[in-house]
Write a protein that binds this ligand. Sequence first.
Ligand code: AP5
Length: 208
Amino acid sequence: MGSIVLFGPPGAGKGTQAQRIMEHSGLPQVSTGDMLRAAVKAGSKVGVEAKRYMDEGALVPDSVILALIKERMLEPDASGGVMFDGFPRTIPQAESLSELAEISHVLAIDVPDERIVERICGRVACGNCGAVYHDSFNPVPSSGCTCGKYDEKRRADDNETTVRKRLEAYHQQTAPLAAWYTARGLFHSVDGDRDIPAITADLLALLE
Ligand code: AP5
């Protein structure tokens, strides 16, 4: 198996499923969103530039994203393939990726827009271990986060106004990748409007 792309609108559950698939495939998760948030937190030049776009719900320029990915793919754990989460998001990103890694599967999580807003506006994460929960659909266990040190964090861009802009960017710039990857025989889609384990089961079946 080569590298995998997890594809879908914001809040579809890419990060949630990446964590679960990682336990089976062993492929490391490469999330451009997480990399950008780390750069923003560190106050680096990339972070300062990216923050303007992220706060607006717009895509960060391809040149910035591709520089991050090229550097990440040089790390030793990427040599056996990775699981991309939130990348590629434009046709130029996909074209560059085809020169950097062999993609064996593009797995799309299909969720209607009206579900996205409720998923994103209820998202909460543990700042200590990064586990992602939802106020209603996937609550923090009553015994606390599995890491034992729950530190509640909410993302600055997880509000209804920004979510609607992120969805617009998705439909205009990212959704066309479905046809691009279908033409290359790599695209598979699962119904993401179901509970989390049912989606994981379908994704794992596609990888077998
Ligand atoms: P990024 O961090 O990638 O955000 P996103 O694509 O908007 O996706 P999310 O992380 O919000 O959602 P997810 O699909 O991982 O869902 P999750 O599993 O958390 O990007 C942020 C920004 O960075 C972008 O707007 C852009 O500016 C920039 N950026 C990043 N990559 C870029 C790129 N390649 N090019 C240009 N710009 C880039 O789940 C969401 C919630 O739903 C959680 O609370 C979860 O518990 C819950 N949930 C999950 N599954 C289910 C289910 N089946 N049923 C009910 N609830 C569920």
